[in-house]
Design a protein around this ligand. Structure first.
Ligand code: SAH
Length: 272
């Protein structure tokens, strides 16, 4: 579906498509801060993938930096527009779906990720980043505020959930700044937030990653119940006698999740 919205500073850019989560940033100050937040932490190799460049609010700044840039964009109209407006973007923009492209074919090495993400798939983008975490040291991205707050939330909080635990187990999360709807064309209904994720230096000792993911998902499966109930699909009840299983998932810290999942994974003896 089309709805009216051109990039304010770029009247030739294609109309925004709602189905692709297109809200174009026109506040150059914000674009600059996003790129700076990436650049100040970037280290060799300077490989960067931008997800969803659109008409190029971030791309035009990134193109001027000493980095190896590749962009992944689903909308062919945007690619044509980008190539016309910023000739140096030619050969740098890949037509594809970030959730599906073979990322290991783009760089033979580690790469960081940046983007003003399409909000309709932002959780899926994060899960993909988690899958590829050994090759993604940094991510700077814009999320709708409610999702960003969930990712950054600590335990003891209603919004603390699967995404908070899984992301924070592998990345240090910084909630950098809020962006108002008026900074976009067309404006989204909600506020946005820019997050920075930095891969943890001290590698967590997760005994069996697959088990850890399943453990966290099960624990939050019925978040109002005690862990004793919600984990009973995964673990026989006789093993859930400790007082900690009388708590609910949202009361456990990330470290407690790691420790508990490790304990059961070791008992099962399956190392991932
Ligand atoms: N970065 C631009 C555009 C943000 S809107 C800006 O800040 O103005 C989000 C962009 O992601 C759109 O250009 C949209 O076409 C693109 N997009 C949507 N789904 C995508 C997907 N699965 N893979 C890659 N790009 C996608």
């Amino acid at each position: 579906m089309l709805f009216c919205g051109r990039n304010k500073f770029n009247l030739n850019s294609p109309l925004a498509k709602k189905s692709l989560g297109q809200h174009f940033l026109h506040d150059e100050n914000i674009s600059g801060r996003i790129v700076d937040s990436l650049m100040e932490k970037l280290s060799e190799p300077n490989n960067v993938i931008e997800i969803g460049p659109g008409p190029g609010a971030l791309t035009k700044i990134l193109l001027k930096k000493k980095i190896n840039l590749r962009c992944i964009e689903l909308d062919q109209r945007m690619i044509e527009h980008l190539n016309k407006t910023y000739p140096s973007s030619k050969d740098k923009v890949i037509h594809g779906d970030f959730l599906k492209v073979n990322l290991s074919e783009i760089f033979n090495d580690k790469y960081s990720v940046v983007g003003n993400f399409p909000y309709n798939i932002s959780s899926q983008i994060l899960f993909r980043i988690l899958q590829e975490k050994e090759t993604i040291p940094i991510m700077v991205g814009m999320f709708q505020k409610e999702v960003g707050d969930r990712i950054a939330s600590i335990h003891g909080n209603k919004i603390y959930g699967i995404l908070s635990v899984l992301v924070q187990a592998f990345y240090d999360v910084e909630n950098l700044f809020i962006v108002e709807p008026a900074s976009f064309t067309p404006p989204p209904k909600v506020k946005s937030v820019v997050l920075r994720l930095i891969r943890k230096k001290e590698k967590e000792k997760i005994y069996d990653e697959k088990y850890f993911f399943a453990f966290v998902k099960n624990a939050f499966g019925q978040r109002r119940k005690t862990l004793r109930n919600s984990l009973s699909q995964l673990i026989v009840k006789e093993k859930l006698t400790d007082a900690i299983f009388g708590k609910r998932a949202e009361q456990l810290s990330v470290q407690q999740f790691i420790d508990l999942a490790n304990k059961f994974a070791k008992e099962n003896g399956n190392q991932g």
